[in-house]
Write a protein that binds this ligand. Sequence first.
Ligand SMILES: [Zn+2]
Length: 72
Amino acid sequence: MEAPWKAGDTVSAICPHCSDLVTAQYAHRSVRIPRTRLSVRHVLVSVCPTCDAMLALPRQSMAQLREVSVGK
Ligand SMILES: [Zn+2]
């Protein structure tokens, strides 16, 4: 089983907005679920430190989103 990420962890990632390799930092954000009007607060995502774009959702956050979109 994968070790869960936590806020403050960092990961190297390519930011599509900056077109550059950045050190993304995990943080809690509100995330809008695609194709719905729902948004989920306090979802752990990785964020570009330069432009503040959301880069990736770790698997543990995917599960959180799925729960919300299915549960209602
Ligand atoms: Zn960026």
